[in-house]
Design a protein around this ligand. Structure first.
Ligand SMILES: [Fe+2]
Length: 436
C-alpha cells in the first residue's frame, strides 16, 4: 500500500513526511497564506519522484497568470511526465499541459472530469475554480463545488475551502444570501481562509453594505491581512467601500499603504493597483504621480499579451502615466495574440482589445468613442474573466464618458441601475444627481 493523503487519494512517489508537507502546502494555498512554494519545494527535495509535489508546484506557478512563471511550470510538467503516476495525477498533468498550451478551457474541462471521478481532490477543485474565474464562468464557479460537496463532510481537512469557493461562486451568480452563509460557515471552520473572507466582502460590495463591509474587514484583519499573498486584493476591497463613501483620503492612504506600498511586481497585485487608481481618476482625484510606479511595473508585461484581463489593467497605467510607447507595444502584442491560437485570442478579440481601445480613448478625452466602444462590452465582458466587482470599472468608465459627452439619458439610465442595485450607495446617488 503506497502513501495516501488524509482523504485516501494515492500520492505516487511520496513518503509520510513529503505527504504531510504536501497537505501543509495545500492548506497554505487554500488560505492563501504563508509560502506554499517553499513548503512544496521541501517536499520535492525529500522525494524528487513525488508526482503531486510537482503538480502542486506547477499549479502554484500557473494560478497567478504570470508569464515569467510559465517556464517553471513547464519544467515541473517535464519532471512529472517522467514519473510513475496514477490516472488522477496524469490528468493533472494534462490539465497543466493544456493551460501551458494556451488552452484554458480545456484545462478547466480536464479538471472538471477529474473532479467528477475524484471529488475529494481539493487541489483539482481549486485549480479549476481559479480557471473558472479567469474564464468568467460564473456558473462553474458555483457548480464545480456543488458537485463535489456530497463526497465531503465538515470534519474533513480542507472542507472550509470548498465552502469558501462555493460562496464566491454563489456570489458571482447573484445568490447573495447563500453566498454569505457559506462564506461565514467556511470561516467558522478556518478563520484564515482568505478566499472565504473575500467572498463575503464581495457580497457586501454587491449589495452596497459599505459600513458593514468596512467592519467586516477591520474585525478580521489579523486573519486575512497577515502573511497572506491575497491580502492586497482584500485591501483593495476595503478601499472600494471607502471609495463608495467618498472617503478619498482613506482610499489614497490604502493605496499608498497595503495596496501598493509593497511595490509588488505581481500581475494580480498590479491589477488591483491599476483598478483603484483608474476609479480615482474617473472621479477627477489628483493622483500626484501615483501612476508612474504602477506603469513601471506593468512594462515587463506590455509585450506578452498573455491574458487580456491583465492587458486592460496595464493599459490603464500606461494611459494614466502617459506612456505612449508602452501603449503601442501592448496594442501590437494584442494584435499578435488575436492572430494566434489559444483561448486568450478570443478573450482579447471579444473584450480585451475593445476595452484597451476604450481606455486609450478615455485618456485622450474622446468621450463619445469611449462610450461607443464600451456599450457593446457590458453584456459580454465576463468572457475575459474577473469578478462583477472588477468589471464594474467598465460601467463606471462608461457612465463617466456619457456624462462628459453630454449623453444625459444614457448616464441617467446607467446611474439608475446602480441605485437600484445599491440603494444606499452614496456614489451611485451622486452619479444619478450628476446625470440630472
Ligand atoms: Fe474580489
Amino acid at each position: 500500500m503506497g502513501t495516501t493523503d488524509s482523504l485516501g487519494l494515492a500520492l505516487s512517489g511520496a513518503g509520510a513526511d513529503s505527504a504531510h508537507r504536501y497537505e501543509q502546502a495545500l492548506h497554505q494555498l487554500q488560505c492563501y497564506m504563508g509560502d506554499p512554494v517553499a513548503t512544496i519545494d521541501a517536499a520535492i527535495a525529500e522525494r524528487p519522484d513525488f508526482a503531486m509535489g510537482h503538480v502542486l508546484h506547477a499549479w502554484l506557478n500557473l494560478l497567478g497568470t504570470e508569464p515569467a512563471a510559465l517556464p517553471v511550470a513547464r519544467q515541473d510538467l517535464a519532471r512529472l511526465m517522467g514519473l510513475a503516476c496514477t490516472p488522477r495525477e496524469r490528468t493533472h498533468g494534462q490539465a497543466i499541459a493544456a493551460w501551458l498550451d494556451g488552452r484554458w478551457r480545456d484545462a478547466a474541462r480536464l479538471l472538471e472530469d477529474l473532479s467528477l471521478e475524484h471529488p475529494r481532490d481539493a487541489l483539482a477543485l481549486q485549480a479549476g475554480h481559479v480557471l473558472d474565474f479567469y474564464l468568467g464562468d460564473a456558473r462553474m464557479l458555483r457548480d464545480r463545488l456543488a458537485r463535489a460537496l456530497p463526497a465531503w463532510s465538515p470534519a474533513m481537512p480542507g472542507y472550509h475551502a470548498l465552502l469558501g469557493m462555493q460562496a464566491f461562486g454563489l456570489e458571482e451568480t447573484g445568490a447573495y444570501g447563500r453566498a454569505e452563509a457559506q462564506g461565514r460557515a467556511a470561516l467558522e471552520l478556518e478563520p484564515r481562509d482568505a478566499w472565504a473572507h473575500h467572498a463575503v466582502a464581495h457580497v457586501m460590495e454587491m449589495q452596497g453594505r459599505t459600513q458593514e463591509g468596512i467592519a467586516w474587514m477591520r474585525e478580521r484583519q489579523s486573519d486575512w491581512a497577515e502573511d497572506n499573498f491575497f491580502a492586497v486584493h482584500n485591501w483593495w476591497h476595503r478601499a472600494l467601500y471607502h471609495l463608495d463613501l467618498g472617503e478619498i483620503d482613506q482610499v489614497l492612504a490604502l493605496f499608498d499603504g497595503p495596496v501598493f506600498g509593497g511595490r509588488s511586481t505581481l500581475a494580480l497585485d498590479l491589477v488591483d493597483a491599476s483598478a483603484l487608481l483608474w476609479r480615482l481618476q474617473l472621479r477627477g482625484v489628483a493622483l500626484g504621480g501615483r501612476w508612474h510606479e504602477v506603469a513601471e511595473r506593468w512594462l515587463s508585461f506590455a509585450d506578452t499579451a498573455y491574458y487580456a484581463f491583465n492587458d486592460a489593467h496595464a493599459m490603464m497605467a500606461f494611459v494614466g502615466d502617459g506612456r505612449v510607447e508602452a501603449q503601442q507595444t501592448l496594442l501590437a502584442a494584442q494584435a499578435r495574440a488575436m492572430a494566434g491560437q489559444g483561448d486568450n485570442a478570443g478573450f482579447t478579440r471579444e473584450v480585451g482589445a475593445p476595452l484597451v481601445q476604450a481606455i486609450q480613448a478615455f485618456g485622450a478625452g474622446e468621450w463619445r468613442r469611449t462610450a461607443e466602444l464600451l456599450r457593446p462590452l457590458r453584456g459580454i465582458a465576463q468572457r475575459f474573466g474577473g469578478s462583477h466587482a472588477q468589471r464594474d470599472l467598465i460601467d463606471l468608465t462608461l457612465i463617466e464618458a456619457a456624462l462628459r459627452d453630454g449623453q444625459q439619458a444614457l448616464a441617467r439610465g446607467l446611474a439608475a441601475e446602480r441605485v437600484d442595485a445599491k440603494p444606499a450607495s452614496p456614489s451611485a446617488r451622486e452619479l444619478l444627481r450628476r446625470a440630472g
